[in-house]
Design a protein around this ligand. Structure first.
Ligand code: NAD
Ligand code: UDP
Ligand code: UDP
Length: 441
């Protein structure tokens, strides 16, 4: 049977031995595709899909994939999770951070799943007042933080709420000694900030500012990390320009009792710029004006902490000199926001970070009276040597280039600090408790 079938088939074959293919229809594949698309409304679904994708990428622009900076020598030393981001990427990320902290920037949402990987960040002086608030923000945004502190003025209590968090490490170390770490960013805050503390051992203050800053810059150079120096308005000394712009070179006594701090910070700025120019280290410089808030040392002798503690303890407020000297007081959460924007942004600085609201010490005493105790008395004391007469930041540069300005006025910020001081002085709350609410308000 099989052979018959084969035979019949062969009967239908053309008698000619030569093979002739089907005639070519040039448009056949195109028309087949068009027919396929037109059937069952497939084309409609394609257009709807395109429209949805366009909508999603317009409303939620994505950020490019992180990449490892070619100049970073750190690239060979780090695990995959630690990457370095180019400026454009960082700007998008920092916008995302701002969103995370409640500031409005509707153009910078990053879809879930495309969020940045955490950085590994060193905060020297991270157990201190400003440093501990900065650490809270960095941990909250998903970074790994290594605090390096010798606890001269800092306290474990300021960071102990992070103990047990695998993204947090605390190293007791003095920055005047070399330190080997592998990191992406260095916030260098280690240095006593209050006059009482920095005058306590002036030579040590100079070493911290000079040798400590040199070591952290050496570290930044070795691993290709970005380095941020927390300098100070004290670099303007007793200023002859008012308000102070970053271009002002200052009026500093090089041999006075404040010089260990003022000149120490000026040298730290010089070192920072020399490592930038000479070794290509990516640097940022912040000039911080008087800052207050929860976790300040209660007895550090600074005017805000003194007045608040005195008013709470029903002691007279000690006004030095005639009380007509001025300062501008910035709430700590504003400073931390400014420091992070500076680190993530593309500008070296220096940038003044301070609240331009200017108060005489007598006006400050009045605000403290209004906030805590209207019956608090004022007691005049002799002023300290070389006390600057006026201080008020011009923050135009930070406004323009960092998009930053303070949000918390003295009258709004002071009560937040008072409740922290009340808890610590009267012990009606565990010391070192988490003050995140205050710091991020
Ligand atoms: P702070 O004294 O509370 O914190 C400084 C931290 O650095 C402390 O934890 C201290 O233990 C640590 N530290 C000091 N010397 C060290 C060393 N040699 N090695 C390691 N750690 C050391 O002061 P703060 O108010 O948090 O100031 C932080 C930074 O900001 C300082 O660099 C300060 O100069 C600068 N700043 C602060 C203000 C302000 O008003 N708070 C103003 C201008 C500048
Ligand atoms: N340094 C450090 N950690 C590092 C690299 C350097 O503490 O990872 C210190 C180093 O001990 C030196 C300082 O930083 O005292 C400056 O280092 P750099 O390499 O710039 O200069 P050099 O070591 O050549 O003097
Ligand atoms: N001051 C004051 N009473 C105090 C402590 C300080 O009147 O109990 C004055 C001090 O003389 C200075 C100003 O407040 O004029 C700010 O002093 P602080 O030590 O807070 O900061 P800095 O002098 O570093 O700006």
């Amino acid at each position: 049977m099989g052979s018959e079938l084969i035979y019949r088939g062969s009967e239908n074959q053309p008698s000619s031995d030569s093979y002739s293919p089907k005639p070519v229809k040039p448009w056949a594949s195109v028309t087949r595709t068009i027919h396929y698309l037109l059937r069952e409304q497939r084309l409609l679904f394609v257009f709807v899909g395109i429209a949805i994708a366009t909508l999603i990428f317009t409303v939620f622009p994505t950020s490019p994939a992180p990449y490892v900076a070619p100049h970073s020598r750190f690239t060979t030393l780090i695990p995959d999770s630690i990457t370095y981001f180019p400026i454009e990427t960082q700007q998008k990320f920092s916008s995302a951070h701002r969103l995370g902290f409640g500031s409005a920037n509707p153009t910078s949402k990053i879809p879930l799943g495309l969020k940045r990987k955490g950085l590994r960040i060193v905060v020297t002086g991270g157990a201190g007042f400003v440093g501990s608030h900065l650490v809270d923000r960095l941990i909250a945004r998903g970074d790994s933080v290594i605090v390096v502190d010798n606890f001269f003025t800092g306290r474990k209590q300021n960071v102990m709420h992070h103990f047990g968090n695998p993204n947090f490490e605390l190293i007791r170390h003095d920055v005047v000694e070399p330190l080997l770490l592998e990191v992406d960013q260095i916030y260098h805050l280690a240095c006593p900030a209050s006059p009482v503390h920095y005058k306590f051992n002036p030579v040590k203050t100079i070493k911290t500012n000079v040798v400590g800053t040199l070591n952290m810059l050496g570290l930044a150079k070795r691993v290709g990390a970005r380095f941020l120096l927390t300098s100070t308005s004290e670099v303007y000394g007793d200023p002859l320009q008012h308000p102070q712009k970053e271009t002002y070179w200052g009026n500093v006594n090089p041999i006075g009792v404040r010089s260990c701090y003022d000149e120490g910070k000026r040298t730290a700025e010089t070192l920072t710029m020399d490592y930038h120019r000479g070794a290509g280290v990516e640097v940022r410089i912040a000039r911080i004006f008087n800052t207050y808030g929860p976790r300040m040392c209660i007895d550090d002798g600074r005017v805000v902490s003194n007045f608040v503690a005195q008013a709470l303890r029903k002691e007279p407020l000690t006004v030095y000199g005639d009380g007509k000297q001025t300062r501008s007081f910035q709430y700590v959460s504003d400073l931390v926001e400014g420091l992070m924007r500076l680190m993530e942004g593309e500008h070296i600085g220096p940038f003044n970070l301070g609240n331009p609201g200017e108060f005489t010490m007598l006006e400050l005493a009045e605000v403290v009276q209004e906030t805590i105790d209207p019956n608090a008395k004022i007691e005049f004391r002799p002023n300290t040597e070389d006390d600057p007469h006026k201080r008020k930041p011009d923050i135009s540069r930070a406004k323009e280039l960092l998009g930053w300005e303070p949000m918390v006025s003295l009258r709004k910020g002071l009560p937040l600090m008072v409740s922290d001081f009340r808890q610590r002085i009267f012990g009606d709350h565990k010391e070192g408790s988490n003050t995140n609410n205050a710091s991020s308000s």
